[in-house]
Write a protein that binds this ligand. Structure first.
Ligand code: NAD
Length: 337
């Protein structure tokens, strides 16, 4: 019988792509999302892509009574926990909201899981837990720190998980430290859909390409990188989604938790990404250099070796596919609206 997975935040960007990957891998999947940062059309798009009716509960992950009712109704084998607030800048303005949602949400969820006897969890962590890296590529053993309240919630979230696992051996948790997810599903039906001005680079570039924003601000042109702009490890969201399938497979197979980077191990600069996107959309995209942002590292890219060893994970989609899939999504999305 196929295993049943609860995806919190499953209507969001990474959650929706992971939903598709899990269905394709033969899992049964139920979504819980409060639509704080998800579009209403996502469940319909997921049905269109997978051909499977979506089971969705619209609740807040902080709503313990709702969680208990859902766990009582469905015998889950595992939970993948995406639901969180993720905008770094906003987290500086509203730290308590981030603590409540990201940490309160995690604790509430784990309590409901324990009560229901579900002890397999995959947790969305972030390369933000490495703060400003001391050396590159970044292995999982690198010193951990945080540069903002958002990064703090991921770091403390990992600690909460570690202490819970130490106190009760029934827990098996896959902690996945994502680098920079970009791109979209090949269908063009799901993708990253920021409600306001995007915080992340690729959705910002996409809006410039679509003519919705005038130009890209490139923060810093004097870093010690080949072209002076920041270097990041961009990973196609469908590769990232596949990483969740492998993480769940490993939890069910080994009964052991893991903490791994999900990145490609390859750094690309802001100008390289902009160049690749310009090629994908067929025109040079306007940009201007602006001063560095405090706290931004010059470069950050993963050592992906442990994820390969433990999960058999290797990202396969390159920069061109990241940009063309995003542009396809923007066009399909724009045609829909
Ligand atoms: N996108 C990135 O660059 C990135 C990088 C590293 C880690 N992460 C983490 O991955 C996870 C998913 O990120 P994403 O990019 O898909 O974000 P997203 O905002 O697209 O998805 C999060 C989803 O959770 C839902 N949600 C938020 N708060 C909720 C709550 N209290 N109760 C129920 N649902 C709630 C939102 O409506 C949304 O659908 C988050 O935990 C994020 O911190 C993201």
């Amino acid at each position: 019988m196929s295993k049943r997975i609860l995806l919190t935040g499953g209507a969001g960007y990474i959650g929706s792509h992971t939903y598709v990957a899990l269905i394709e891998a033969g899992y049964e999947v139920v979504i819980l999302d409060n639509f704080a940062n998800a579009a209403r059309r996502v469940p319909g798009a997921l049905e269109q892509i997978t051909g499977v009716p979506v089971t969705l509960f619209e609740h807040d992950v902080l709503d313990r009574a709702a969680l208990d009712a859902i766990f009582a109704e469905h015998a889950f084998d595992a939970v993948v926990h995406f639901a969180a607030l993720k905008a770094v800048g906003e987290s500086v303005e509203k730290p308590l909201e981030y603590m409540q949602c990201n940490l309160g949400g995690l604790v509430t969820l784990m309590q409901a899981m324990a009560q229901a006897g579900v002890f397999n969890l995959v947790f969305s962590s972030s390369a933000a837990v490495y703060g400003v890296p001391e050396s590159l590529p970044i292995p999982e053993t690198a010193p951990l720190s945080h540069a903002n309240p958002y990064g703090y919630t991921k770091l403390v979230g990992e600690e909460i998980i570690a202490q819970t696992c130490a106190s009760d051996p029934r827990w098996s948790v896959g902690v996945l430290r994502y680098f920079n997810p970009v791109g979209a599903h090949t269908s063009g039906l799901i993708g990253e859909d920021p409600k306001d001005i995007p915080n992340n680079l690729m959705p910002y570039i996409a809006k410039v390409a679509a003519g919705e924003l005038p130009q890209l601000s490139v923060f810093g042109d004097d870093y010690a990188t080949p072209d002076g702009t920041g270097v990041r490890d961009f990973i196609h969201v469908c590769d990232l989604a596949d990483g969740h399938v492998l993480s769940l497979n490993a939890l069910f197979r080994d009964g052991l938790g893991h903490t791994v980077n999900l990145g490609t191990g390859q750094g690309y600069s802001v100008l390289e990404l902009l160049g690749a996107y310009s090629k994908a959309c067929g025109r040079d995209l306007p940009f201007q250099f602006t001063p560095r942002r405090p706290g931004d590292p010059a470069a950050s890219y993963a050592d992906p070796g442990l994820a390969k060893d433990v999960l058999g994970f290797k990202a396969t989609r390159g920069l061109e596919e990241m940009c063309t899939s995003s542009w396809h999504w923007i066009n399909t999305c724009a045609a829909d609206n």
